[in-house]
Each structure stands twice: as structure tokens, then as C-alpha cells.
Design a protein. Sequence first.
Lengths: 307, 250
Amino acid sequence: MSTTSPQAALELEHVSKRFRNGVLALDDVSWSIEVGARACLLGPNGAGKSTSIRLLEGALGPTRGRVALLGAAVGSPEYLAARRRTGIVPQGPGMYDDLTTREYLTLVQRLAGRGSVDEVLRAFSLDEYADTRLAQLSGGYQRRLVLAAALLPEPDLLLLDEPTVGLDPVASHHVHEYLRAEMQGRTTLLCTHNLAEAEALCDEVIILQNGKVLLHEPLATLKNRTHRQLRLAARQGAEALSRALTERGLEPTGGENGHVLVPIADVETEAPPLLRALLGAGLDVYECSPVEVSLESVFLDVVQMDE
Amino acid sequence: MMGITPESRILLGKELRQIRRSRRAVLTSTLLPLLLLVIMPMGQLASFRSMPAEALQRGGTQGLPPGIDPTNPVSFYTYFLFPLFLVIGGLMVPSQLATHTVVVERERRSLELLMALPVRVSDIVVGKLLAILAVAVGITLPLFAVDCVFMVVWEVVTPLYLALAFLVLLSSLACAIAMAFVISLIARDFRTANNISGLIVVPIIFVTLALMGLVPGDVKLVVLAAALLATGLAGLLAGLRWITFERYLS
């Protein structure tokens, strides 16, 4: 009997993957993503991110365990139908020098059995390159094409493997704009090294390290759980400010440019009395602001803690 | 499981379009068989026809393969040379095409694009093999028909011989498709593909030569066809048993 939750769009259940050369890329990994979620798969090189994506797209088979896409186990008769509802953006694929943009998109449309080539050409501003061979497109337009191909069949699920890798900032910006629009209402798994990209596009985080899941949580929960900090600055300088904070039982650390960082559990309830106390002690505090926890700091904390 | 699916048929169209656009693939897959299946064998046939009847007897008849009429030089051609040309021609065209359709795809990393589409790996492999088969049949059969016209007009063969020769050609094509499948699973680049191709083709040619020299008459064509089919089947089973599709994508 299948243990797949009806709400799970993607599922890896006790999955291990050992390659022919003996490398264990995934070690008894289990995670799932619910329908409608936008999750990012993070991890250092060799963590098992690309292997997870390739297992989901059916390019690899698990050594052990079960991989399912939209409820259909990879390799099952239903899997191909699930793949038709899935748009995949592979990581920096090679391009055909003997197929045009229109021919490739027509191939996608025929295999998926739905979608309009003309519409997607227009939506991704590819119409003027419809008869250009894929290898002759610029890097930015090649990425647009791959996105257009993934979105042509109007998929329910998107698997994005490093969608902006190797692109210049302008091209990356365009891809992010397209993704932000197209990810609305679609289950998405974004595999990336770009933490800013992950933070901007996703609301759920899976961190892999050495083939194991280190963490799988909503981004908001993760940020709340992570030690928050308050950044303070006073006219009397960082040293005087630090002394006053230490006298109140806090553990300040030196920030940049005369700022002091102090850990605080709840900004809304603890910052106002602290600020009043500092002002009352004669310190001219001119800055008091909570430090936004970035995904980068969370990621580095989690990965380094594991190491 | 491998089979012809709607997806593999759609991919077949893509492969045929790409082969048509590849100048190198078109040149090697048409010029080589033209040379091996028409120009060389028909040139040889013309020269054997013009030989005097005693030409084969000059060096003694002991070294002649069994079943060859020492008083008829053309029989040496029909029962030794022509089947050899058929086998080499039938084997070479698909292996050249396999190099183009499979290895080029792997070298330029466009397989990633294909795997992003709703297809199975087996659909991709079958689509390529069907394209190789279609082009190989489309090229070799008309050339074989040209041979038939020459041989019938010059009255050097029987209809049964032509039917058996056709069987040899089809068997060598089938063997070569299996070979292309093995190459597609193993070869990383052009050089490896050519090396593997050579490693497989050369022994098959030696076996063909041995059969030509050992088995008499029309039976040798039947035995040759059976040997080619058996070799192809063995290659196909070995490919499916020991080489996974994962290797194709790695």
C-alpha cells in the first residue's frame, strides 16, 4: 500500500542512491513537499541536490526507497502522466545546433499533448527568435527557452535546477521576473546555490549535507527560530554602549561601523524597555533596529553546525 | 521495458530531422554504402564477368571455398565477395549513424534537454534506434535494388539467391542496430564510439569470412544471416542485462 499523502506533490521516502563508482549520494533520505508549496533545495556541492532532482525526473533510479511525483512512483505506469504535468528546467543543458526554437517547442508540445507554441513564444519574447537554432541563442535567451519549454504545457509542478546559473545579473533578473509570475499557484522545487534567489522565490527550505537532510522547515519558522539580533548605535561609541548592555546582563558583540549587535528573543517586547533604559542611562542612542535574519546566515549556521 | 511508444515515435521525427540537417551524417551514411554496396561490388562483378572461364583454375582449385564452380569466375563473386560487401555495408551505415545521433547528443549535453521532457530514457533510445534503422534501410535497400538490377540483367544469379542475399542484408542491418544500441550505452565520445564500433565490426567480418570459406552454396547465406541475427540478439541482451540506461545518461 502506498504511504504517499494525497497532498504530497513530491516525495522521497527512505531513498538511498549509490552510484556505480561506490559514491553514496543520498543516504536514507525522506522528505516531501505539499501541493502548492514553493520549496528550495539547498546544500553544499556534493550534498545530493542534483541527484534528488535527477531521481525525480526519472533519469536515475534509487538504489533503495521510493520516489514519487504528483503521487506517481517513478517507473510506475502513472509516472509519465505525472511528468506531463511537470515542467523541468535542467541545469545549464547543451543546446541543439540543428533544431530551431519553434521546432523544439513544437516537440515539447507534442510530447506533453497540450499548450500553445505561439503563446509561449510571445510570453517569453522569443517570437523574433522562433526560427533561430538553439545553439545560436544568447545565454539569457537559452534560459528563457528552457523556461518556456517547461511552462508550455501549463504544468502543476515545476522542478528548477539552478535556473540562473551562469547568467549575467540582467538576464538573471529577467528569469526571476518570469519565475515570480509563473510560480504563483504552482508547486515548485528550486535547487540552487544562490541563497538570495531561494529567499526571494521560496517559502520552504530543505538543506542537504553529505546525502542527508539537515533541515526541512518553512522559511519564516526558520528565521523566527534563529537567534535574532538588535543593532544599536550611540553617539558615545560602541565601547560605552557595549558596557551599558553588559551591565544589563546582555552579551553584545561588535558590529560594523561603530554598531553593536545584541541577541534578543523578542524584538517587539524587549527592544522598547531596553532602549528606554539606555536613553535613561544617558546614552544618546540614535539607532535601534532588528537585524533581518538572512537565509544565507541560517544556511551557514546549519551547515557549519553539522560540520 | 523497451518498446515503440507514441513518445518514441515523436522523438523519431526529431532524430530524422537532425540527421537530414547533419552534412557529415548524410555524407558518411550515403557515400560509404554507395561505395560498399554498388560501386565496388558491381565493379568487381564486371571484372569477374570479363574473366576467361579458366581464370579460377590457374592457381589450382584447392584453395577455393566449397561450392564455388572453378569453371565459373562469377560464382566466386556471388558466393564469396558479394555477401561480404553486403555484410560490411549493412554494418557500417548504422554504426556511422549511431555515432552521429547518440554520441553527438551526449557530447553537446543536449540529453539534459530531452530528459526534461515527459519521456522515458527507453523512449529516447528507441527513438534514436528507429531513426538509425529507418535511414539505414532507406539508404541500403535502394542500393541493393540497383545491385539486383545489374545481376538480373547480366543473368548471374537466381531469384532464390537474391532473396537470400536480401535476408543477409536485413540481418546485418538488424545486427548493426543492436550494435548501435550497445555503442549508445557505452560510448562517451567519438573516439570511443569508433573504437567500440571497430571492436565489434572486425570480429563479425572475420566470422563472415570464415563462413564464406567453410559453408557451401546457398546454405552459406542462410547460415550467415542466422549468425548475424544471433550476434545482434546477443548484443541486445547483453546491453539490456549489463548496461543500464543510467549509464546512457551519465
